[in-house]
Design a protein around this ligand. Sequence first.
Ligand code: HEM
Length: 139
Amino acid sequence: MSRWPNAYFMAASLYILVGVNWGLYMSITHDFATAPAHAHLNLLGWVSMAIMGGFYALLGKETPAWLVKTNFVLMNIGVVGMITGLGLMFTGKAAIEQLAPFIAVSEIAIVSGFVSFAVAVFLSLRLRVATRRTLAPAA
Ligand code: HEM
């Protein structure tokens, strides 16, 4: 079995460790300025990566490795880049004009990651239908 689902769950578990501690920090300090970055880290890094890993472990086992890898690399570049950019923006450590190109590239990586995931989902369905037709006994 491919080890890629493990890679997705490992990344997701690291993101949620940062995410929940970030949330705890906001609760303790009563400084909620970075809440949108915390939310995106948890929803993209934890929820989305775990769903993708679950898909590749269960339904998408036949997905070509290059596509699973492309999906993984794009999502990680996007999550790390976008959350860093949003964090710097909401803490006022850098101006939005300086960060905009960086955040935009990260967002494009995330959108491309979701596009590669959608391709994997549809491709996997096609492969399953084709396999079932091949295995079906002739009437
Ligand atoms: C120990 C775990 C967590 C803690 C302590 C925590 C804490 C917080 C805090 C303090 C806020 C800001 C609330 C405010 O602005 O009034 C927040 C917002 C939010 N959190 Fe968390 N959180 C945790 C886990 C999660 C998880 C697992 C998710 C999603 C999977 C999540 C998604 C969100 C969302 C969507 C928002 C709203 C962001 C916004 O209004 O811009 N959080 N969280």
